[in-house]
Design a binder for this molecule. Structure first.
Ligand code: SAH
Length: 246
């Protein structure tokens, strides 16, 4: 069944109207009509089956038939802190990280970033649309938020259960070993931060800052080859999900 987003919580048996954009997709692009069934997702991890009742002023009116908890969401909350990459790369990073199960993406301005963060240029809305589309396509029931870029010093890592800094200069600790060590103490639903440097890599002072930011912060190697910044997060997230979610 097709999936559509709704921005509120609804009860079984309730009538609800979809917003204009989702309605247009449903009624005009997909040509769905009264009697057709679909899945509604409201971003809270719950999925509802609904039926189209009628069209009102271009918007679809639906009846909610049943609700269930989604099983497409990972058990842990993983946030990607991504060193701000060159134009265009974030699009790919967002799309793929959403597919791989990220919970949120925070672009971070670092010393060796080639680009400087720009404010209010419409990119943030586009980034969140990419996340929305990717979540829909891969059958997730939450839409990971993409935040406006901030400086590394403005990021608070203190509340995370684990902070994993992918550092190309790390020679001893691999991600696999770090996870083996951390896993027995990790609670179900753990908050985990992944930190990736920009194209120019981390400045040593940034790695020191990150390792001091949380008692469970580790710098880890992702292997013997140097990955591009847009590859590193995807590889790291895939490895993490493999180890933690199976
Ligand atoms: N310009 C740097 C490489 C930067 S790669 C250099 O030439 O050394 C961009 C980011 O990807 C790094 O900062 C790091 O966070 C991550 N990364 C890439 N390869 C990695 C590896 N083998 N181990 C750990 N992190 C890696």
């Amino acid at each position: 069944m097709r999936r559509f987003f709704l921005d509120k919580c609804v009860e079984i048996g309730e009538e609800v109207m979809l917003d204009a954009e989702e309605s247009r997709h449903m009624l005009t692009v997909l040509r769905m009509s009264a009697g057709d069934r679909l899945i509604l997702i409201n971003g809270s991890g719950c999925e509802m089956t609904a039926e189209i009742l009628r069209e009102e002023a271009g918007c679809a009116v639906l009846e909610v038939l049943s609700a269930a908890v989604s099983d497409a969401e990972p058990a842990n909350n993983v946030v990607l802190f991504q060193g701000l990459p060159k134009a265009g790369k974030l699009d790919l990073i967002i799309q793929k990280c959403v597919e791989l199960g990220i919970s949120a993406i925070r672009p971070v301005s670092m010393k060796r970033c080639v680009v400087k963060p720009e404010k209010n240029d419409g990119k943030l809305a586009r980034f969140n649309r990419i996340s929305h589309e990717a979540a829909k396509q891969c059958l997730r029931s939450t839409v990971p938020e993409v935040y406006a870029p901030v400086k590394l010093a403005e990021c608070d890592f203190s509340a995370f259960d684990l902070v994993l800094v992918a550092f190309e200069g790390e020679e001893k600790l691999t991600l696999k070993l770090a996870l083996e060590k951390a896993k027995p103490d990790l609670k179900h639903n753990a908050d985990i931060a992944l930190v990736i440097g920009p194209e120019g890599g981390f400045d040593e002072s940034e790695v020191e800052y990150l390792l001091a930011s949380n008692k469970n912060a580790f710098s880890v190697s992702l292997g013997k080859r140097i990955l591009r910044t847009e590859t590193a997060g995807l590889a790291m997230l895939s490895m993490l999900m493999y180890e933690l979610e199976g």
